[in-house]
Design a protein around this ligand. Sequence first.
Ligand SMILES: *Cc1c(COP(=O)(O)O)cnc(C)c1O
Length: 400
Amino acid sequence: MKTEAGMRNLEFLDAELETLKKENRHITLRQLSGPQEPVSIVDGKKVINLTSNNYLALTNDPRVKAAAKDAIDRYGVGTAAVRTIIGTMTIHEELERRLARFKGTEASIVFQSGFSTNVALCQSLMTSERDLLVSDELNHASIIDGARLAKSPRKIYAHKDMKALEKILESPESRQARRRMIVTDGVFSMDGDVAPLPDIMALADRFDAIVMVDDAHASGVMGKNGRGTPDHFGLSDRVQVQIGTLSKAFGAIGGYAASTQAMREYLVSTSRPFLFTSSHPPSVVATCLKVLDILESEPQRIEALWRNTRHFKEGLRKAGFDTGASETPITPVIIGDTEKARKFSARLFEEGVFALAIGFPTVAKGRERLRTIVSSGHTPQDLDEALSKFQKVGKELGLI
Ligand SMILES: *Cc1c(COP(=O)(O)O)cnc(C)c1O
């Protein structure tokens, strides 16, 4: 495209876009023309939706929507302020108390997203060259960016490799550090495998390290009533910082850190993503409060999610697909080639099944894949239909 006069210094973007296209990294956006549902209208076509993080099918739940509407009537649409000025309403603090109770911690603090929560914690806790942040190589981008904003050096260990973690912790650099913090996803977002928290805690105790677990994909999914991976492993009272998201199973937007009262007070006064962004609209807060009610009273939703997960995973494996190391509702279908993965995804879409292709550099070369996520709201018929399309297109493309 010709760049308008006056915009000439943006011409470099044309070359950048060309490169992105050549490298298969150019993204175009699909559009939902209705709510996020297990079966949705995407780009005008009705498809079985295996892409969203709407684990418990709550994004369009009538009770949740009613709570959001009621909050708009009572509190308005926004706060027009950061939390530390006049952006804290009574319901913001009520949500933080409820989240702490839910997680079994002293206190919690809510941020605008899971992304900003990770950035906040890494930046606020790792404040000196004398600190050390230790991170799994497959941790989420927001942890990587948080580590970049931290003042401390960082060490990366091979995925879930406890020998490698131990080696870092016993190094002189770690031993001499003022404080050490191990950061790990609870459930890894591309492979759906689970962090070995008991082993990580044992090492952390031995080397006196703080442990921070990012449970974005475990919130509402793992542990009793969806309390997360520390609860799943019986470690809720030992993991010092539990991060959760309100953007996935909770169906709204936001993130939180559940920890001690002192941690909350410290973050309120120091963390930049808390100090310098306006607070959640009341409707979002009310949504999350209602979702907590539902999580605590309807364990059958989580049971349905896991029943669907087992059924779908088993179907894929029986058909001959490689589902990698997944132990959760995130189930990759490993293809090993970006072009083939894209073709697979496009053909499935034509057949009425939406599963996203994920290529390099989001995942390693040779591990290109489709990524599927089932929800509690998929019916057995939805899943069987999707499985039969996977089989049909998989055979057509010579993948199975
Ligand atoms: C999605 C995700 C986040 C970001 O959460 P948002 O609330 O969407 O910003 C953070 N960590 C992990 C592991 C995630 O999968």
